[in-house]
Design a protein around this ligand. Structure first.
Ligand SMILES: [Cu+2]
Length: 489
C-alpha cells in the first residue's frame, strides 16, 4: 500500500454553533456536490470539523422531518482531507442517548474507530469526544454513528480522502450519497428494529418485505438527502468528464445505480483502485462505495438508484443543457444493462496484496437459536460471539458461507481486504456482499493492531446479532470499562 507522507500544515480550529469548519481546503470543501469547475490539486493539509450530533429538522424536498443528524443538514458535512493529512473531528453529543462516530473504511488506529464498548466507551449525552487520525489511503469513505439504530436516522456523511497525486483525469467530481429513509414519518428505526426482530401477524407490519436484499419498504429513498419529488440537480457542460463518488449509507437497501444515456467506468471499489471496467449499472450494497467516471452528453439526464427488490428508487438529475427534467419514474434502459459481477473486478496492481500463503478461517452467516436473530460465527456454534485472533504481519483468509436466504454485506473495520476469485485475486474492499447460499473468500493482511468489528452492514442484522470481531493476540484486552462484544452495544 502506498502511504503518502507529506509535510502537513497544522492549522486546526473548531467551529461553533454546530457548523462544520473545514479550514484546510477552504469553503469549497463544504460544496462537495454540484461543483462543476475543475479542481486544482490540494496541498496535503489537516482538516478540522465539528460534528454536533443532535436532533434536527430537515427538508427532504417533499417532506420535512425531525431526525438525528450532524449539524443542520442530512447528510452531515462532507469531510475532505488529502491522503497523509489528519482529520480532527470533535463529536459533541446533544442526542438523548449514547453515540460514537465510525470512519467507515479508513485505516484509523483502533482507539479512533468508534466501535462502542470495543474501541471506546460511547459518548454519553452532553459529552464530547475528539477523534484525531491520519487518513492514509486516498478514496471514497463515509462516517456514521455506530450506536444502536442511529445510522438509519440522519447520522452520516461523506469522507473523501483526496490523492495529492491523483492519477485519474476528470473535470469535476460529485458525491452521491444514497439512503433509505423512514425516520420521522410515522415511525423510527427503533420501531423498525422491533418489527424485523418479530414480524408477527400485526397488519401494521406490512412494511416488511419478503425480499432477499432487505426487509423494509421505506417511504423514501434519497440522493444527498433529497426525495425524487424534489431532486438534487448536478450541472456541468456537455463533454465534461465527471467522477461520481457513490456511497450507500442505507441501513437495509441495496441500490442499482445508472445514469440514463451514459456508460459508467468503474475505477474504485470501497476507495481502492480497480482495473477500469465499463458497464451500464452498478449494484451497491449497504456500506459499499463505487467510484465511476462518466463523460457527459448534451441534455438533461436521470441519475437513478433503484432500491433492489423494493420497487422504488432514489433519483437525481444531471443537467448539461436547458430543458425539462425527466420524471423520477422515467424508464432507464441502463438499469437492465451490463452489471459487473464481483468476479469482473480486479485490484489495480498498486494495491494488490499478492499471493502469499494465508491461514484459513471459516465463518458462517446464519440464524441464531438463543434470542439473536442473525449470527456471524463458527460452524456448529452460532450463538457465542466470535473473535478471530490474528497476529501482526499475518495473512488470514476469511471464508464466509451464507446459509440464509438474505444478502449480507460483511464489513471489516480497520482493514481493506482483497476478495479472492476462482480466477485469481479480485478487488480490494472493506465491505463485500455474501449472497444467499453462496460463499465469498477474502484475504486480510493483519497490519493494524487492535480489536475490530466484523459484521453485516444491514443495520438490522448487526443489531440482531450478526457481529463478530477480529482481534490481535490470543485474548482480547477486556476490562470493566471495555467489555468487548459481551458488553452492551
Ligand atoms: Cu445481513
Amino acid at each position: 500500500m502506498p502511504v503518502p507522507s507529506h509535510p502537513t500544515r497544522r492549522a486546526l480550529l473548531f467551529g461553533t454553533a454546530g457548523a462544520a469548519v473545514l479550514l484546510a481546503g477552504g469553503p469549497r470543501t463544504l460544496l462537495g456536490t454540484g461543483a462543476a469547475a475543475p479542481r486544482p490539486a490540494l496541498p496535503v493539509a489537516d482538516t478540522a470539523v465539528l460534528l454536533d450530533a443532535a436532533p434536527v429538522t430537515v427538508d427532504l424536498g417533499s417532506q420535512t422531518v425531525t431526525t438525528w443528524g450532524y449539524g443542520d443538514r442530512v447528510p452531515g458535512p462532507e469531510i475532505r482531507v488529502t491522503a497523509g493529512g489528519t482529520v480532527s473531528a470533535r463529536l459533541r453529543n446533544n442526542l438523548p442517548q449514547d453515540t460514537t462516530v465510525h470512519w467507515h473504511g479508513v485505516r484509523v488506529a483502533s482507539a479512533m474507530d468508534g466501535a462502542p464498548w470495543l474501541s471506546q466507551v460511547p459518548v454519553a449525552p452532553g459529552g464530547v469526544f475528539d477523534y484525531h487520525f491520519t487518513a492514509p489511503d486516498p478514496g471514497t469513505y463515509f462516517y456514521h454513528s455506530h450506536v444502536g439504530t442511529q445510522l438509519d436516522r440522519g447520522a452520516y456523511g461523506a469522507l473523501v480522502v483526496e490523492d495529492p497525486d491523483e492519477p485519474l483525469g476528470y473535470d469535476a467530481e460529485w458525491t452521491v450519497i444514497l439512503d433509505d429513509w423512514l425516520d420521522g414519518i410515522g415511525t423510527d428505526p427503533d420501531e423498525a428494529l422491533e418489527r424485523v426482530r418479530d414480524p408477527g401477524p400485526n397488519p401494521m407490519h406490512s412494511t416488511l418485505l419478503g425480499g432477499i436484499a432487505g426487509h423494509i419498504a421505506y417511504p423514501h429513498y434519497l440522493v444527498n438527502g433529497r426525495t425524487p419529488q424534489a431532486p438534487e440537480e448536478f450541472t456541468a457542460a456537455p463533454g465534461r468528464r465527471i467522477r461520481l463518488r457513490l456511497i450507500n449509507a442505507g441501513a437495509d437497501t441495496a441500490f442499482r445505480v445508472a445514469l440514463g444515456g451514459h456508460e459508467l467506468t468503474v475505477t474504485h471499489t470501497d476507495g481502492y483502485p480497480v482495473v477500469p471496467v465499463t458497464v451500464d449499472t452498478v449494484l451497491i450494497a449497504m456500506g459499499e462505495r463505487y467510484d465511476v467516471l462518466v463523460t457527459l452528453g448534451d441534455g438533461v439526464f436521470p441519475l437513478v438508484a433503484a432500491a433492489e427488490g423494493k420497487g422504488a428508487r432514489a433519483f437525481a438529475v444531471v443537467r448539461t443543457s436547458a430543458g425539462e427534467a425527466p420524471p423520477a419514474s422515467v424508464d432507464v434502459a441502463e438499469l437492465h444493462g451490463r452489471l459487473p459481477r464481483l468476479s469482473d473486478l480486479i485490484a489495480d496492481p498498486s494495491v494488490d496484496l499478492g499471493n502469499a500463503p494465508a491461514r484459513g478461517v471459516d465463518l458462517v452467516l446464519s440464524h441464531g437459536t438463543k434470542g439473536t436473530v442473525w449470527t456471524l460465527g463458527s460452524a456448529g456454534d452460532f450463538d457465542t460471539p466470535l473473535r478471530v485472533p490474528v497476529a501482526v504481519g499475518e495473512r488470514v483468509r476469511l471464508s464466509f458461507t451464507n446459509t440464509t436466504r438474505m444478502w449480507h454485506p460483511i464489513h471489516l473495520h480497520g482493514h481493506t481486504f482483497q476478495v479472492q476469485r476462482a480466477a485469481g485475486r479480485g478487488p480490494r474492499k472493506d465491505t463485500v456482499v455474501v449472497r444467499p447460499r453462496e460463499s465469498v473468500t477474502v484475504d486480510v493482511l493483519a497490519e493494524n493492531p487492535g480489536e475490530w468489528m466484523l459484521h453485516c452492514h444491514n443495520l438490522y442484522h448487526s443489531e440482531l446479532g450478526m457481529m463478530a470481531t477480529l482481534g490481535y493476540g490470543d485474548t482480547p484486552p477486556t476490562g470493566p470499562d471495555m467489555p468487548g462484544m459481551s458488553g452492551p452495544r
